[in-house]
Design a protein around this ligand. Structure first.
Ligand code: ACO
Length: 311
């Protein structure tokens, strides 16, 4: 049942006004934002794990310093996003508990293993490339704190994407073995990267309402197509082959035709059965448990300072 208040809210959205934390908002809007921003935050945090895997094995000191900085950036993105979600009336602790007990998701892509150094290239190039494709439009999302977080995050993500492409260039122009590693990384990460945009539009539960509220600015298929159109020429430039025999430029549509990812694999991964789901959650749970003493210490310190101020 749409009320006067709902109508006035929708008019604000249609006028492209930003909604701020203390403004009235429909419960569904709040819930959808908590779900999306929370899952986005979890993705940034869990997303440190596949790349963290290679920090100690980076081929040069320079590559190691770059990768370390990049992974730290992802931690920062997670923290901004948790803060943005907290303005909606949920705590970071609650969101973390929900991640650990499976009530909240994180991006499917981080459930795939990173097997070689070339995977650091593929993750930066493809995964961060897909992330930017999705996040640039979100700078115009209707919720103020989320939109503002996206501005800084997108700047850092474009640097990440370029460092990934740079690794791919080095590998693709390297020895035969290195070029083979680059191709193998592209072969394994291509379809999982396409899955990052979510199910096809006909199966997307939330798109219609989220787009009306400008929580999402594009449909899943629109962004996936844009990603393919942008990435195929980059693969060609690298001299690598996109692992899709049906990929071809369509003169009429002005876009590439491509094979959809295997949606049954996607459903399996988001249900928790991907190759690394159990490892990822176990690592987060261990970090959460190991950090308990730090959280308790900080709370005790804050309490002591509060007591001292009152005295
Ligand atoms: N991985 C895991 N779950 C997914 C994915 C994915 N790639 N895509 C969709 N889903 C889930 C949705 O969360 C939803 O499940 P839920 O109702 O339990 O939350 C279900 O599949 C149906 O999908 P949609 O109705 O299309 O969901 P939604 O409208 O939320 O669209 C999308 C999904 C496009 C990922 C959207 O949430 C979004 O834009 N999020 C912000 C960006 C983001 O989270 N990026 C994370 C990866 S990038 C990075 O962190 C580096």
């Amino acid at each position: 049942e749409e009320t006067e208040q709902d109508r006035a809210f929708q008019e604000r959205i249609d006028r492209k006004e930003k909604i701020e934390p203390k403004d009235w908002m429909p419960e569904g809007y709040r819930k959808t934002l908590i779900r999306q921003i929370g899952q986005h935050a979890h993705s940034e945090i869990v997303g440190q794990l596949p790349e963290g895997n290679w920090i100690t094995r980076a081929p040069t000191l320079e590559r190691k310093a770059i990768l370390l900085a990049k992974v730290q950036d992802e931690a920062g993105h997670g923290l901004y996003l948790y803060c943005a979600a907290e303005t909606l009336g949920i705590s970071r602790d609650e969101m973390t508990e929900m991640l650990l007990d499976g009530r909240m998701k994180y991006s499917s892509i981080f459930n795939y293993p990173t097997l070689t150094w070339a995977d650091m290239g593929a993750v930066g190039w493809l995964v961060d490339g897909a992330a930017i494709m999705n996040q640039v439009p979100l700078q115009r999302t209707s919720y103020g704190p989320y939109a503002r977080a996206m501005v800084r995050i997108c700047k850092e993500e474009s640097f990440h994407q370029r460092q990934g492409f740079d690794i791919m260039m080095k590998m693709a122009q390297g020895t035969t073995a290195q070029k083979k590693m680059a191709q193998d990384a592209l072969d394994r990460f291509w379809f999982p990267s396409l899955m990052m945009f979510g199910p096809s539009d006909k199966d997307s539960v939330h798109s219609a309402q989220s787009m009306a509220w400008k929580i999402k600015m594009n449909t899943n298929d629109e962004l996936r197509q844009k990603f393919v159109d942008q990435t195929v020429p980059q693969a060609e430039y690298l001299g690598l082959t996109v692992p899709d025999p049906d990929l071809r430029w369509n003169e009429e549509t002005g876009h590439y035709d491509f094979t959809e990812p295997d949606w049954s694999e996607f459903m399996d991964v988001i249900k928790g059965n991907g190759p690394c789901n159990a490892d990822r959650i176990e690592a987060r749970k261990k970090a959460w448990d190991d950090g308990a003493w730090v959280r308790e210490g900080l709370m005790a310190h804050a309490e002591k300072r509060r007591a001292a101020r009152v005295a």
